[in-house]
Design a protein around this ligand. Structure first.
Ligand code: ADP
Length: 536
């Protein structure tokens, strides 16, 4: 019984899909499949299939709290499983297919997944892993090939009638689990609750974040297995938007879909746009005219922001992490926006935006964490966050991952500006300490990729007897492009402080990446473990 005068209405994910089916039943959900075929459904169809799926899971004997794993790209059936699993009280564990085998083995066993639903494209992974996942009782393929002797998703849910009442779960019950890619040690599980998911999605709808309305047409390139696709499926359902999914990340397919399906919004990591630029330039075609592009996961470089903005696309540079559901900050027009020159607007968009309502940020001194830093636009320190969709405790651990005041230490280094804008300068473990002062490896890298011959760059600190560490910049040149180390340093000289300039520039064929496509400084450091600076 409620003590107040307002109705009881628990924050359950099932409300989201009920709402979409009621208010936007025929708004389309388009899928481009791995085999090139395309299908169309709508919110009413997703709602119907989610109920059938919930029944089908119960028929397999699954109970409230049981885990269902997915190993899949973005498509309508994956979307069905987001609502179908939560609706029967289950927990969907979206696995990243790019994880190393031992990580995949670990996370599926650690989560105690009972069912694995996967894309045919990942059949080789399934075949290899099956014996290592003793707890998985059922394997179901989302998009089985014609000759298939296993269980196909559509046939499996097709046996049910869809007459299903969502389970009345508690709003603090879990609905999804994601593991961080775990650059050191085992990946860590982050369990999202119905309530945290709902609050995060509602916050994501606002004009200062995804700015969704019924007219939005979103093509999320960010995978559904990466930090819940930034909560987009939930926020999109709340607004009744049209979704366009692609199970392949080929820029030719994405470009065509964006133009053909009237896509207004997209979201992805910076490398997605990089690939799109290369494709459009090679073909001599224009970029799609999107209203907004949300870019996050790693820092968006200047040339990317500039080009998209010149194309008439609002760039929403966002920051977050698996532990924060993931949205922490999003960049949108600030109070002074209309008075800024284009250059100043680009400068502002380079930073990672402002906290959306619900989360709080602070920075503390890197050497003395008891000292909270001012929001003065210059002090940089360890970034802390707290709020209802921020992790309190990793899955299956006994200890809280937050301090007594509820702050979660993100592992990022940031500057807070007086207008609330947050600027990531590094990760705590990647920041370069030279003569007692900090050098931002991220800023060095961002400046370096502005050079027309540079495809990718990574800066790491190398031991130096006098300065402790000095930056070395590893550079991958663009195909067929030439440039010398001296040219790179000259190019950087008016973009960063003089004492930040790298002591050496090394050209490499490739730079190692993590499973979420980010530069892996750890692997780079391992690879160059014996590296010595000329004066070290
Ligand atoms: P993983 O660590 O598993 O790759 P996450 O998505 O949780 O996955 O990574 C979160 C981290 O990504 C943040 O802590 C931050 O270092 C980095 N990051 C996210 N967004 C941005 C951004 N816009 N600019 C710079 N770094 C970012």
């Amino acid at each position: 019984m409620s003590l107040g005068a307002m109705q009881d209405w628990s924050m359950r994910v099932a409300h989201v899909i009920d709402h979409a089916a009621r208010e936007a039943p025929d708004r389309e959900i388009v899928t481009h499949w791995a085999d090139g075929s395309e299908t169309r459904t709508d919110w009413a169809g997703i709602h119907r299939d989610a109920r059938k799926m919930a029944q089908a899971l119960q028929a397999l004997g699954l109970k409230k709290g049981d885990k269902v794993a997915s190993l899949a790209m973005n498509h309508a059936r994956h979307l069905v499983s987001w609502f179908g699993v939560a609706g029967m009280g289950g927990v969907l564990h979206t696995c990243n297919p790019r994880l190393f085998e031992d990580q995949l083995e670990y996370i599926v066993n650690h989560a105690e997944d009972r069912v694995m639903i996967y894309d045919a494209a990942f059949q080789p992974i399934i075949d290899k892993m099956r014996d290592k996942w003793p707890g998985v009782e059922h394997y179901i393929c989302f998009d089985p090939p014609e000759e298939f002797d296993g269980v196909g998703f559509e046939d499996w849910i097709g046996e049910q009638d869809g007459d299903f009442e969502w389970l009345a779960v508690d709003e603090r019950d879990p609905c999804m689990i994601c593991y961080t890619s775990g650059t050191t040690g085992h990946p860590k599980g982050v369990q999202y609750e119905h309530r945290s998911t709902m609050l995060h999605a509602i916050a994501g709808l606002q004009p200062a974040a995804f700015n969704f309305s019924a007219s939005s047409v979103m093509l999320p390139v960010v995978p559904m297995f990466h930090a819940a696709s930034w909560g987009l499926p939930y926020a999109g359902a709340m607004a009744g938007i049209k979704f366009v999914f692609s199970a392949v990340n080929d820029p030719a397919v994405l470009d065509d879909l964006m133009k053909r399906e009237g896509v207004t919004d997209s979201a992805g990591v910076p490398t997605v746009w990089l690939a799109h630029f290369h494709y459009a330039d090679a073909k001599g075609i224009e970029l799609p005219k999107l209203r907004a592009a949300t870019i996050g996961g790693s820092a968006a470089p200047r040339f990317m922001i500039e080009r998209l903005m010149k194309n008439g696309t609002r760039v929403q540079h966002a920051w977050g992490m698996t532990e924060t559901s993931p949205i922490g900050t999003v960049g949108g027009p600030t109070a002074d926006w209309d008075d800024l020159t284009f250059e100043q607007q680009v400068d502002k968009t380079m930073k990672q935006g402002r906290p959306i309502f619900g989360v709080e940020l602070r920075t503390v001194d890197l050497d003395d964490p008891t000292k909270v830093l001012p929001r003065d636009g210059t002090s940089s320190g360890a970034l802390h966050i707290r709020g209802p969709w921020v992790l309190k405790r990793y899955f299956k651990t006994d200890e809280d991952a937050i301090d007594a005041e509820g702050w979660f230490n993100t592992g990022d280094v940031a500057i807070l500006h007086p207008d609330g804008t947050m600027q990531i300068t590094d990760r705590t473990k990647d920041v370069i300490k030279s003569g007692g002062e900090w050098i931002s490896s991220v800023e060095l890298e961002n400046a370096a990729v502005g050079h027309p011959a540079v495809a990718e760059a990574a800066a790491i600190g190398m031991y130096h007897p006098k300065w402790d560490e000095r930056p070395v910049l590893f550079v991958v040149r663009k195909e067929g492009a030439e440039c010398s180390a001296e040219e790179v340093v000259n190019f950087l000289s008016d973009k960063v402080a003089k004492w930040w300039l790298p002591d050496a520039v090394e050209f490499v064929d490739d730079i190692p990446h993590t499973a979420t496509g980010k530069i892996s400084k750890k692997d780079l450091r391992d690879r160059f473990g014996d590296y010595k600076l000329a004066d070290a």
